[in-house]
Design a protein around this ligand. Structure first.
Ligand SMILES: Nc1ncnc2c1ncn2[C@@H]1O[C@H](COP(=O)(O)OP(=O)(O)OP(=O)(O)O)[C@@H](O)[C@H]1O
Ligand SMILES: [Mg+2]
Length: 699
């Protein structure tokens, strides 16, 4: 097989490893295969072999899909660098915009995407998807997570459309991988090969215990610092996994004095430079930006959803090049990625759930542990839990290190998941009566695992009548069809319950900012909401009660039924402050929300405002067209209406546009008129020149 040689050559590998040999022997060129093997065993390479074969020999397209944007992006960049130019293979990354049929994607040979994006493409009936040759599903053990139903749907739909589809599922080591391969009619390749030894151990009272031996570590202030110092003294790097964002930041601060003392001058220079970039990620840096920038300068950083995307990319790059010695992260960094961490340290393998602190699953520990000791970077690795007592040490060995990994079970029977996916499969004609529904669901992982659909069908019947009441489907004795509204809801990738709520709000004909923002905050897609500080609750209730006319719900009734009412109101106020130009740091402080979370919420709100606008369009609710269009722009830029036109220029955000406005430059026409020298007095010279350039290009 030509692709074998190509993959070997382009990776500069001497040979394939035993797991890879096994996969090749199973018939990678034609067969569907599930590979279940340890972290860092080189599963990506198996995908590369199958992909090149499909593209070069069969002349068919390949889709690679995985749970995280960051992972899709890492694999895309890696693949493109290795193969695109020399082999003239067109690769593309597609993870954004759910309301698109992605026609432009069809001119590519390999498409890297997330489960959700792929499902949304199917909702748009993207034709090219029915002729792909190979689907790679990375981290397929996610079938057992809350993203699982989407994986089931994507796979079932694509296999319906294309009976000869070759599927390659890449899984962590799980006990019931056989069930996954059986479902897919795939061969199972199991291996326990890990190229780099990974030792899992527990740290207690200055000693690092492994299964068969133990080593002492010089004691420093506390456990974390001791392990950190020992890692530095070996010239190595480590990832610390913490269970909250706050702890990730606090831990980084604690370790900063250790790293800063050991940086070379060259390292300091690089970090200094990067630190400035981190600081200037926003027009005005927030407190968090400053903290992060200062830590980076000292050779350490935190990593969580509160970081801006640009900052996240920067710190990941710095760690990969060994400038940063430690990253203190929440589980955002736990799956699939390759990082030069000799050690992974987890001080507390517990996580807060709705019912208090709960142990993380063993499978999650194994994923986290697997980030240590990666082949490109290290010759061995250690994954360490920290215990407080002898009893806890033994328990960690029994439960996490030697314990049983959980089986992967289908989550499709969850009612909300089922409702969402039901509308989607009706809208795209996979299901049009009970018989076709039975056929479809027999093809799912749920169907394969349970072997009995009767319980599921009880739920499905209820769900269909619910969808009918909402006006999204029409069901008769013989047929079930989606209405045009239902089809649009599926295309918009909205939960039917959210769409129903949005439509209810729109029909109330309210056009004030807060009403729109509250409607957005009321959708399931906007979860999780922010918790309302106790001290604020009474005051907020008073405000809600005094102005019930501001909100698109019957406040007097909802206050008894909806226990999330106040949180929705609270986050609507946050959005309102953003579009009224309250300073970002002030918002961060008063709502206790980090910049990265704020940005994610704003992006989501913009998306939901778009969805509301599209629903208004299909319902002919014209009075909402202009206000919703305006509110979208204001959400995107964080400005009052008068500044929107100025913000359309690159380099002009909420701060600079306000400065221009204050200086009397209020419109694009004013901007065109003003001399560049005068403009430089308001904006920085570089921005002034860029603005003038953009304007002359517009003429
Ligand atoms: N045959 C090989 N020879 C040398 N290095 C290899 C070989 N195969 C893979 N590698 C290297 O091993 C590293 C880990 O590979 P990869 O990311 O594919 O692991 P994985 O099995 O997908 O792990 P995870 O389960 O954590 O996602 C990569 O840096 C890769 O280049
Ligand atoms: Mg992988």
């Amino acid at each position: 097989m030509e692709s074998l040689e190509l993959v070997k050559k382009h990776n500069a590998f001497e040979s394939f490893n035993p797991m890879q040999e096994k996969a090749v022997a199973a018939g990678l060129a034609d067969n569907s295969i599930v590979v279940s093997s340890p972290t860092a065993s080189g599963k990506t390479v198996v995908a590369e072999i199958a992909a090149l074969n499909c593209i070069l020999q069969k002349r068919r397209k390949v889709v690679y899909t995985c749970p995280l944007r960051a992972l899709a992006s890492e694999h895309y960049n890696d693949f493109r660098e290795k193969y695109s130019k020399e082999l003239s293979i067109k690769a593309v990354l597609s993870t954004g915009d759910f309301d698109s049929s992605g026609k432009y994607l069809s001119s590519n040979d390999v498409i890297f995407t997330t489960f959700e994006k792929l499902n949304s493409l199917l909702n748009h009936r993207a034709e090219w998807l029915s002729s792909i040759g190979l689907l790679v599903v990375d981290e397929i053990h996610n079938l057992g997570s809350d993203r699982g139903p989407t994986i089931e749907m994507v796979l079932t739909k694509l296999r319906f459309l294309n009976k000869n589809l070759q599927v390659l599922g890449l899984s962590a080591t799980i006990p019931n991988s056989k069930e996954i391969s059986k479902w897919l009619g795939a061969k199972l390749v199991e291996s326990d090969y890990r190229p780099i030894e990974l030792r899992e151990g527990v740290f207690l009272d200055g000693e690092l215990f492994f299964e068969k031996d133990a080593t002492s570590i010089v004691q420093h202030q506390d456990e974390l610092s001791s392990i950190a110092l020992d890692t530095l003294s070996r010239g190595k790097q480590a990832l610390f996994f913490l269970n909250t964002r706050k702890r990730s930041e606090a831990t980084a601060k604690k370790l900063a004095s250790l790293t800063s003392e050991r940086l070379s001058q060259q390292e300091k220079n690089v970090l200094e430079n990067a630190s400035e970039k981190i600081l200037s990620a926003l027009e005005i840096p927030t407190e968090q930006c400053r903290t992060l920038a200062s830590l980076v300068k000292q050779g350490v950083c935190f990593h969580n959803a509160g970081l801006l995307e640009k900052q996240r990319r920067l710190v990941e790059g710095l760690f990969k090049k060994s400038y940063l010695k430690f990253i203190c992260s929440t589980p955002t960094l736990s799956a699939g990625i390759n990082m030069p961490a000799f050690r992974v340290v987890m001080p507390s393998p517990y996580r807060y759930s709705g019912f208090g602190m709960e142990r993380i699953p063993v499978s999650e520990w194994k994923q986290v542990a697997g980030r240590a000791g990666r082949p490109k970077y290290d010759s061995s690795g250690e994954a360490i839990l920290i215990a407080k007592t002898e009893f806890e040490k033994d328990d960690y060995f029994d439960y996490f290190i030697n314990g049983e990994i959980e089986n992967v079970e289908s989550r499709l029977a969850s009612e909300s998941q089922l409702r969402f996916h039901m509308l989607s499969i009706i809208a795209s004609d996979f299901v049009f009566d009970l018989e076709s529904a039975e056929k479809f669901f027999s093809g799912t992982f749920y169907g394969s695992q349970s072997g009995n659909l009767s319980e599921l069908f009880e739920k499905i019947t209820k769900i269909i009548s619910g969808l009918e009441e909402m006006g999204f489907v029409k069901a008769s004795e013989k047929r079930i069809d989606a209405t045009p509204l239902g089809k649009r809801v599926a295309e918009l990738y909205l939960d039917p319950v959210s769409a129903h709520r949005l439509i209810g709000s729109l029909r109330r004909n309210m056009h004030n900012d807060l009403a729109y923002l509250f409607s957005i905050a009321s959708t399931n897609e906007f979860y999780p909401l922010l918790s309302v500080p106790k001290a604020m609750q009474a005051e907020l209730w008073e405000r809600v009660m005094q102005h019930p006319e501001e909100l698109p719900v019957d406040v007097n009734k909802e206050m008894f039924y909806d226990d999330g009412l106040l949180s929705k109101y609270w986050i609507s106020l946050l959005l309102k402050e953003w579009i009224d130009e309250v300073r970002e740091q002030a918002i961060v402080d008063s709502f206790n929300v980090q910049p990265g979370i704020l940005r994610a919420k704003l992006k989501n709100a913009d998306w939901l405002a778009y969805a509301a606008l599209e629903l208004a369009k299909i319902l002919g609710l014209e009075s909402h067209f202009i206000p919703l269009t305006k509110i979208r722009k204001r959400l995107q830029h964080g400005v009052k209406e008068e500044l929107v036109p100025l913000c359309e220029l690159r380099g002009i955000g909420r701060v600079r546009s306000r400065a221009l406005f204050k200086a009397g430059v209020k419109t694009i026409a004013d901007l065109k008129k003003i001399d560049v020298k005068d403009l430089e007095k308001i904006l920085s010279p570089a921005v002034a020149v860029s603005v003038k350039k953009q304007l002359s290009a517009r003429k």
